[in-house]
Structures are given as structure tokens and as C-alpha cells.
Design a protein around this ligand. Structure first.
Ligand code: SF4
Length: 379
């Protein structure tokens, strides 16, 4: 079942972060109304969309397109949407182009917003720079203040660098000062052409464990954080009833679908669209203008990826103690880190699955030792 649809309205991005892996960030093409129409027609006619479908507008900077473009896009979705199916839109942005008009639009359509913000000015401006090399902190914060003034709920995604990893207290203090209470962390990765020095560091797992442990404790003490993805996203997976199955949409064909601005389609990890590989080419399984999803399912590239990703999941099932909360990881990271889908452990899964699980289980154990009710205050 298709739960998440990622759409790339344009590959173009207005800035040039030093860790960006997107190969087409100078490409100014935009998705046409015909491609939008064909995309949602293909998805809805397939009958594979979940009753609550999340549509994420991502890749490049989505807000380089005007509000009117999204008004039209959302109207197309509404026109084609089967009545029993709910769609929730969500946008990942650098926040620099937010305006009053954007805030009104976001509120009107109840759009979920993620803003990329790497922390205080020095941390943020070290990597998140404009094309002339100048830092983007002031404009991103201006966007965040607009969201706050218009009471548009949002979370931030912070890419952790060497410096921020060593200062969780500083990050907590910064978010509290700025009224930010929903946070997600990514550690700077190697992806596409970008090679991260930090990701290969031998002590990264220990450092990230220290970081997340301290951040979580300080955030709890403050009592003012509503959501830390690494903890609050993992808790329901760890504490779920035994009979509840875990679904990893990245390892299921058509669990996630990514559609580029010309209508090219990829599935599994969204980051695959835009990469190239000797075995799977450009990972494109079809185009919405020429193929139905059912036809894409029969294609050779999809079949090869499904076979190899499935083999990787089977290996994970056999070998990994974290399988019950992870479900076999992120195929793109297996491919970029291990060179093949049919593999198991990655640095990415250590950081996103193993470290949070260990910290939560430690906290549960401490509570049990203290004889506190398990439901009280894990977060
Ligand atoms: S944590 Fe890593 S090795 Fe374990 S199941 Fe997930 S992807 Fe596989």
C-alpha cells in the first residue's frame, strides 16, 4: 500500500549547502500541470494509495515556486482524489522564501512544514550558504518567526556536524530561546557525490549516543519539547503490542513513490531518484505519462531492485537484533555505504535505529529498576 508520495516540483534550489548531494540543484525546470495531473491520476487509478496518503513536496527548494503554483497543484489533487481517501500535504523547506502569503496558504491547507535549520548562526552558516557563500541564518530565522507569528505549526530538521555533535546543551538552549519545540536530527551523510568526513569517523556512534542522550535529558528537564523524532518516532515502534506488525515502507515496492518534475518515477528510498548505478541505471521504473503503476511493477529495474532489497531485508531478519523495530533499513544507505542492496548493517542504521533503541531501552530499564510505571515519562 502506498503511504507516502514524494513529489519534486523543481530540482532547483536557491542556495548551495556544502553538504548537498542533489546533482540537479541548478536545474530550473518545473513540474507542468499535465505532469501533476498524470501523477495523481496514476496514483489514484492504481487503487494502491493508503486511506491517509501523505504527499511530500521536496527536492530542490519547493518554495522557489509561487503560492499560485501550489494552489493549482492542490486543486488538481482535490479534483482527482477519490472521496474516501484523505491527503495530507507536507513541505520541506529552507524557510528563506516564506512570506505572509505563504503562511496564510499553509494554514488554509493545514500543510505540515519542516524547516532546515542547523542550530545557532555559527553552526548553521558553516554549511547552509547562499550561492555567493554568505550564510543563510538570518533569512531562515525570519521565515521561522513568520511561521510563529502566524501560528503555523512546524518542526526543524538539523543536520549535525562535528561541532554541534559536541554541544547538545547549546542546541537545547538555542531551540528554547527561539521557541522551537519539535526537532529532527540527521548526521551529515555521504550520498551521491557528497562525501562526509564525519560519517566515516570511527567514534561517530559513541559521539552520537552521547549527543542524543544529553539532548534528550536536557529537553526533558526543560519540559518544553513536544517532539524529538529520534526518540518520539521510535517509542511507538519499541513499545507496540507484540501482535502489531511493523511496516518499513522503504523496502516495499510502491510503499513510497517519488515522482520527479518530468514525471519519472522511482520507488523505495526517495533519495534514489537522481542517483546512478551500474546495475540499476537511474533507478527510474517508468514515467507517469507513459506507464501505469501496474505496468511499472512489471519492469526489469523494479524487479531487480525488489529482488535485491528483499534479499537485504531477509539478511537483516536473520542477523540483526534490531530487526523488530527497523524492518530492514533504508535501501539507499545500504547501496551507498555497502555497495549493494543485499546487505545489512550501515552507519545510517546504527545512528537512526540502534542508538535511539538502546537509549530508550536503557531508560525503560532504569524506570523498571526505580519501579515506576513504564508509561510515565519515558519521553
Ligand atoms: S538496524 Fe540495520 S542491520 Fe538491523 S535490521 Fe535495520 S538495516 Fe538491518
Amino acid at each position: 500500500m502506498l503511504e507516502t508520495l514524494v513529489l519534486q516540483p523543481t530540482p532547483f534550489c536557491n542556495i548551495a549547502c556544502t553538504y548537498c548531494y542533489l546533482p540537479s540543484r541548478d536545474d530550473r525546470r518545473t513540474m507542468s500541470p499535465q505532469t501533476l495531473d498524470a501523477s495523481f491520476t496514476r496514483v489514484f487509478e492504481s487503487g494502491w494509495a493508503a486511506p491517509h496518503l501523505t504527499v511530500i513536496w521536496h527536492a530542490g527548494e519547493p518554495l522557489v515556486l509561487p503560492v499560485a503554483w501550489y494552489e493549482n497543484a492542490f486543486a488538481i489533487v482535490e479534483r482527482l482524489r477519490p472521496p474516501e481517501l484523505r491527503v495530507r500535504h507536507s513541505i520541506q523547506t529552507n524557510g528563506m522564501l516564506l512570506t505572509e502569503a505563504w503562511c496564510a496558504f499553509l494554514r488554509r491547507h493545514d500543510v505540515g512544514i519542516g524547516v532546515s535549520l542547523d542550530g545557532p548562526r555559527a553552526l548553521h552558516d558553516a554549511h547552509r550558504v547562499a550561492r555567493n557563500g554568505a550564510g543563510t541564518f538570518d533569512r531562515t530565522m525570519a521565515g521561522i518567526r513568520l511561521l510563529q507569528a502566524h501560528e503555523v505549526p512546524f518542526h526543524v530538521i538539523t543536520v549535525l556536524s562535528r561541532d554541534s555533535l559536541d554541544d547538545p546543551e547549546g542546541l537545547v538552549a538555542f531551540y528554547l530561546r527561539e521557541g522551537i519545540d519539535q526537532v529532527c536530527f540527521n548526521v551529515e551523510e555521504s550520498e551521491g557525490d557528497h562525501v562526509s568526513g564525519l560519517f566515516g569517523a570511527p567514534d561517530l556512534r559513541q559521539r552520537f549516543t552521547r549527543f542524543l542522550d544529553r539532548f534528550w535529558r536536557c529537553a526533558r528537564e526543560s519540559g518544553r519539547f513536544r517532539y524529538i523524532r529520534e526518540i518520539d518516532g521510535m517509542l511507538p515502534r519499541i513499545l507496540r503490542p507484540e501482535e502489531a506488525t511493523l511496516r518499513n515502507e522503504q523496502v516495499v515496492p510502491f510503499g513510497m513513490l517519488t515522482i520527479g518534475c518530468t514525471g519519472d518515477v522511482a520507488t523505495f528510498s526517495p533519495e534514489l531518484l537522481g542517483l546512478r548505478n551500474a546495475t540499476y541505471g537511474d533507478f527510474v521504473i517508468g514515467n507517469v505519462h507513459t506507464h501505469s503503476l501496474a505496468e511499472m511493477q512489471e519492469g526489469a529495474v523494479l524487479q531487480a531492485m525488489a529482488r535485491d532489497i528483499g534479499a537485504g531485508v531477509a539478511l537483516c531478519h536473520e542477523e540483526c537484533a534490531y530487526f523488530s523495530v527497523c524492518g530492514g533499513g533504508a535501501p539507499v544507505n545500504k547501496l551507498t555505504e555497502n555497495g549493494r542492496f543485499a546487505s545489512t548493517r550501515t552507519r545510517f542504521c546504527e545512528l537512526t535505529q540502534m542508538v535511539p533503541t538502546d537509549l530508550i531501552l536503557d531508560a525503560v530499564e532504569r524506570m523498571e529498576r526505580a519501579d515506576l510505571p513504564a508509561a510515565a515519562g519515558v519521553g
